[in-house]
Design a protein around this ligand. Structure first.
Ligand code: AMP
Ligand code: GLY
Length: 420
């Protein structure tokens, strides 16, 4: 079949790499892709936020299956446009993607289905929000309701930080995303991510992961989109996964269906685990980045069958074959990330590295210039490896990282430390 993947990051490189391992794939196009993706698939330049342009590309290239990577096109209704045009699509409707696009909506769903999550209140008025945090005290968590590219959450350790966050959000620092603010109880515990495919009724867990959000070793420095990840997450035991399915995931799926907005696609639950009990931190309507890189390493080509079953509504019959393995990914980022960084520096040594089912460098922000791979973003490469143990996978990944010649980039040297 002919497949189109939307997106341009390490997540989409990993998805493309896994999809290509499945013999059902005849032709793969990724829009807009990056330099690493261009080495394994065709790339096409369109506006992926435009349903019209995506549907046109699908028609022009006789696409049989559309896979939507990032949240932007989902929130913009690209899955709706594609389904209306009769294209088999992986990814939720805009109405269902509100589970990521609106934090207040997610809280409303948790209330309706009694899913455990942080206590909260929602505000459209700064004065009322300020009164509320003064009454609650710190630590407390201030969240912009809408999509804010990872900048919409402030974990305030003091009352002053909380008040400043409220003023900034209502002052328009995040644009329309901050017009409503959700204020949450600060939850303690260990965070982990749980990934489930659902066709709107049935749910199939496809793996667990943990990422490292801080820029520097020892979980210090500013928050980033994620500096590395590993799968499985040891804290997310089989027991906790079962509780998560029973109390959080399945009730959410049922509530979305009951409202006439069934959720079809991957549901990514961010969890806080304490005393053997999971609570929901947030939902994402897409695969995680860089978590997908480790999930795809472990799943390989079978993920295409699972995504097809998800889109076709036949997930009930689907099974995942697990190898008892571990995967890890180390992010190489441009110096300065997550603040200002330069683009355009050359990256050497990549073509000396293996590209196998156990070791793979996924590209995130790269482009090709005069036959050379150059950095073109904040997070640039995802050095990914798989082995029988996390320690062995980690050794393989750091071996590869050491062979990359890129003085303008950096990476953390302690990815996986919590699990080792
Ligand atoms: P989110 O975008 O909702 O995942 O929030 C980003 C990060 O903020 C999470 O990964 C947590 O580390 C932290 N966070 C969010 N909500 C809470 C909460 N209620 N309690 C403690 N930490 C939180
Ligand atoms: N790595 C976090 C995310 O994809 O949202």
């Amino acid at each position: 079949m002919n497949i189109l993947i939307l997106g341009s990051g390490g997540r989409e490189h990993a998805l493309a790499w896994a999809v290509l391992q499945n013999p059902k794939t005849d032709r793969l196009i990724v829009a807009p892709g990056n330099a690493g993706i261009a080495q394994i698939a065709e790339v096409a330049v369109i506006d992926i936020l435009s349903g019209e342009e995506v549907v046109q590309l699908c028609a022009d290239e006789a696409i049989d299956f559309l896979i939507i990577g990032p949240e932007g096109p989902l929130a913009a209704g690209v899955a709706d446009s594609a389904r209306a045009a009769g294209i088999l699509t992986f990814g939720p409707s805009a109405a269902a993607a509100r589970l990521e696009a609106s934090k207040a909506f997610t809280k409303e769903i948790c209330d309706a289905c009694a899913a455990p999550t942080a206590a909260y209140a929602r505000f459209t008025d700064a004065a009322a929000a300020r009164d509320y945090v003064r009454a609650q005290g710190a630590p407390i968590v201030i969240k912009a309701d809408g999509l804010a590219a990872g900048k919409g959450v402030v974990v305030a350790e003091t009352l002053d930080q909380a008040l400043a966050a409220i003023d900034a959000m209502f002052g328009g620092s995040l644009g329309a995303a901050g017009a409503e603010v959700v204020i949450e109880e600060f939850m303690v515990g260990e965070e982990a991510s749980f990934f489930v495919l659902t066709d709107g009724i049935n749910a199939l867990p496809i793996g667990t992961a943990q990422d490292h959000k801080r820029a520097f070793d020892g979980d210090t420095g500013p928050n980033t989109g994620g500096m590395g990840a590993y799968s499985p997450a040891p804290v997310l035991t089989d027991d906790i996964a079962e509780i998560t399915m029973d109390k959080i995931i399945l009730p959410t799926i049922a509530e979305m269906a009951r409202r006439g907005t069934p959720y079809s696609g991957v549901l990514y639950a961010g969890l806080m685990i304490e005393g053997g009990q999971p609570r929901l931190v947030e939902y994402n309507a897409r695969f995680g980045d860089p978590e997908t890189q480790v999930l795809m390493m472990r799943l390989g080509g079978q993920v295409l069958d699972a995504m097809l079953a998800c889109a076709n509504g036949t997930l009930e019959k689907m099974q995942i074959n697990w190898a008892d393995d571990h995967a890890i990914t180390v992010v190489m980022a441009a110096n300065g990330y997550p603040s200002a960084y330069e683009k355009g520096s050359q990256i050497g040594g990549l073509n000396t590295l293996p590209g196998t089912s156990r070791q793979m460098v996924f590209h995130a922000g790269t482009t090709e210039k005069d036959g050379q791979i150059v950095a073109n973003g904040g997070r640039v490469l995802n050095i990914t490896a798989r082995a029988q143990t996390l320690a062995a996978a980690r050794a393989l990944a750091y071996d590869m990282a050491a062979k990359i010649d890129w003085p303008q980039g950096f990476y953390r040297s302690d990815i996986g430390h919590r699990a080792l």
